[in-house]
Design a protein around this ligand. Structure first.
Ligand code: F6P
Length: 445
C-alpha cells in the first residue's frame, strides 16, 4: 500500500522551517481505530506492516494469536464482595465441630484457636520484616540489647523473640489446658505460670512444644518461613518437669504448622487425618481450603540440601544417585526442589508427593533438625496424611528423646519414596562407608 508525502515550509522569524508529513498507509491502523468486525484483519495488518521486526513466536509460527488490551478479561472485583469468593468453613467453625465430635479435644479448643491467632500475628511480623525496624539484636524493656544466645548458639534477633512471645502467649495465655512449654528459642522448658507470671496458669494436663519461626534466614530474601508445634498429654498423677517432654512422637495428641509463603496456610492434625486452612486476606480468617489432605502414594519431588552430598552416608548418596539416574522403583521422573525452610519443603511434599530429607552429615552425625518440635510434629502430620516418616533406620515417631533439643536425621514423604530410601539404608548402611572424604579419604562410590 503506497502513501502520500506532503511537504510544507514555514517562515518563522525569517528562518525557514521545513516539515514533511507522510500519510499513514491504510493498512497501518491501530486496533482502536477500527470497529470490532475488522479487528482480526487489522491485528494482522498491525504486525505485518508496521515494521515491528520481532515476531513473538518466530517467523515460521502459524498465525499466532495475539491478545490486545481490550480482549483481556477484566479482573474480578477483589475483596469480600467478590462473587468468586468460595463459601468455606472457618477454622473456628471446624474446631467447634471437631471438638464437639470428639470430647477429648474440648479442652484444647481455646488453645488451638489462640495458636491460629498467633500464626496471623507472626504472618504480620514476617510481612513487615523488611519495611519495619524488626531486624537486629533483640532489645530489652530498657532498650538495651538482650544478652541472650539461643540454644543454637545464635544471638537472639528481634524477630525470633517477637515470634516466640506470640507462641508463648498463645499456648500459655489462653484457657488453662497447657501446663508447660518448650520452645526452640529457649534452653529449657518453662512452666506457664512463669511465662504468664501468674500461678493460675500452670494447671493444665497438656504440654506444648514449638519452633516459633523456622527458617528465619529466608526472610531476608522474601522466601517462605514457617512455625511448627506439637501438643502432648502429661502423664496423669505425675509432676510436670523436663522428663514430661521426653515422650516419643506417638504420644502427640495434636501437631501442626503455619506456612508463611505465597499464601499463609495453617495445617493441623488432631490424630485423625490432616486439614489445611488458608488465611483469607479479606476477612482475616483461616478458611478450610485443604480438606482431609492425602499425600500421593509416590511423588516426583526430592528435597535435600545436596550441597552436603559429600558428607552424606552411602545410603543417601546412592539413593540420590539412583533418583537422578532415573532408576527409581516408583517409576517417576524426579525433580529437585529445596527451599531451605522445613515447613515450606515439607508442605510441598505433602501436597505434591515425593521425599524430603535432612540426613546425618559428618559435621552433624545426628542430622540438623530437632526431634521434639520439628521432626516429630512433621512426622505425625505425614503419617496422618497417609505418608511416612523415617530416620533411615526406624520410624521417627518411635524415637524417644533423651533431651529437649535432640536432633535426628529425618526423611518424610510419600510411602513409596520413603520405603525406597529405607531399603538403601538396609543394603548400604555401613559405618565405614561415609561418603567422599571418609576416614580413608576415598569415595564411597
Ligand atoms: O531448622 C532449621 C532450618 O532452617 C530448617 O527450617 C531447614 O529445613 C534447614 O534448617 C535448612 O538447613 P540447611 O540450610 O543446612 O539446608
Amino acid at each position: 500500500m503506497s502513501s502520500t508525502v506532503v511537504a510544507i515550509t514555514l517562515m518563522i522569524n525569517s528562518v525557514p522551517l521545513s516539515l514533511a508529513f507522510q500519510t499513514r498507509p491504510l493498512d497501518f491502523i491501530r486496533p482502536h481505530d477500527v470497529g470490532h468486525a475488522n479487528r482480526r484483519q487489522h491485528k494482522n495488518a498491525f504486525t505485518d506492516s508496521n515494521k515491528c521486526s520481532y515476531n513473538w513466536l518466530g517467523p515460521s509460527s502459524p498465525s499466532p494469536t495475539r491478545l490486545f488490551l481490550d480482549d483481556l478479561p477484566t479482573a474480578p472485583p477483589l475483596g469480600p464482595n467478590n462473587p468468586k469468593k468460595k463459601n468455606l468453613k472457618t477454622f473456628q467453625r471446624y474446631l467447634e465441630i471437631e471438638c464437639w465430635k470428639r470430647a477429648e479435644f474440648r479442652e484444647l479448643e481455646p488453645v488451638l484457636k489462640s495458636v491460629a491467632e498467633s500464626c496471623k500475628q507472626i504472618n504480620r511480623i514476617v510481612q513487615r520484616a523488611q519495611t519495619d525496624d524488626l531486624y537486629g539484636v533483640a532489645l530489652g524493656a530498657d532498650g538495651r540489647p538482650l544478652d541472650t544466645t539461643n540454644v543454637q548458639g545464635e544471638v537472639q534477633q528481634q524477630l525470633d523473640v517477637l515470634c516466640n512471645t506470640y507462641m508463648l502467649r498463645a499456648f500459655c495465655g489462653s484457657g488453662s489446658s497447657i501446663h508447660s512449654v518448650a520452645s526452640e528459642e529457649e534452653d529449657e522448658p518453662r512452666c506457664c505460670s512463669d511465662v504468664m507470671t501468674d500461678s493460675a496458669f500452670a494447671v493444665g494436663d497438656y504440654i506444648a512444644v514449638f519452633d516459633p519461626i523456622d527458617g528465619s534466614k529466608n526472610i531476608d530474601a522474601s522466601l517462605p518461613v514457617g512455625s511448627i508445634f506439637g501438643i502432648y498429654k502429661c502423664q496423669p498423677g505425675t509432676a510436670v518437669d523436663e522428663s514430661t517432654f521426653l515422650q516419643d512422637g506417638r504420644s502427640l495428641v495434636a501437631a501442626g504448622y503455619c506456612l508463611f509463603s505465597a499464601t499463609t496456610v495453617l495445617v493441623l492434625t488432631l490424630g485423625s487425618g490432616v486439614d489445611g486452612f488458608t488465611l483469607d486476606p479479606d476477612s482475616g480468617r483461616f478458611l478450610h481450603t485443604l480438606k482431609d489432605i492425602r499425600i500421593p502414594r509416590k511423588g516426583p519431588i526430592f528435597s535435600f540440601n545436596e550441597a552436603n552430598y559429600r558428607d552424606f552416608g552411602a545410603p543417601e548418596q546412592r539413593f540420590l544417585n539412583m533418583l537422578k539416574e532415573g532408576g527409581t522403583s516408583t517409576k517417576m521422573k524426579m525433580t529437585a526442589r529445596y527451599i531451605g525452610a522445613l515447613v515450606a519443603d515439607v508442605h510441598n511434599i505433602l501436597i505434591n508427593g515425593g521425599i524430603y530429607g535432612y540426613p546425618a552429615t559428618r559435621s552433624n552425625p545426628n542430622g540438623k533438625l530437632r526431634l521434639l518440635y520439628e521432626c516429630a510434629p512433621m512426622a505425625m502430620i505425614m503419617e496422618q496424611a497417609g505418608g511416612a516418616a523415617s530416620t533411615g533406620t526406624g520410624r521417627v515417631l518411635d524415637v524417644k528423646p533423651t533431651e529437649i533439643h535432640q536432633r535426628t536425621p529425618v526423611f518424610l514423604g510419600s510411602v513409596e519414596n520413603v520405603f525406597e530410601l529405607d531399603q538403601f539404608f538396609q543394603y548400604y548402611d555401613d559405618d565405614d562407608d561415609k561418603g567422599v572424604g571418609s576416614k580413608d579419604g576415598r569415595s564411597s562410590e
